[in-house]
Write a protein of this length. Structure first.
Length: 66
């Protein structure tokens, strides 16, 4: 499972939105692929399952509207 992460953003300047934008541009990712990466980040997190499901649903809702 692939995710996009930041590594010490205050030091390196790589914040999450910028990381997603740069990776999407560099790899020519589709909206569907970017959405999958966002969902993966929640699936692989240590959040409780109920919170994961809530956030994944929010990502899917955003994807469907945009």
């Amino acid at each position: 499972m692939v995710t996009i992460n930041s590594d010490d953003p205050a030091y390196f300047g790589g914040y999450m939105n910028e990381n997603y934008i740069q990776i999407a541009f560099a790899l020519n990712l589709s909206k569907k692929q970017i959405t999958k990466l966002a969902k993966n980040s929640f699936k692989s997190s240590f959040l409780p399952d109920s919170e994961k499901e809530k956030l994944i649903n929010q990502v899917e809702t955003y994807y469907q509207k945009n």
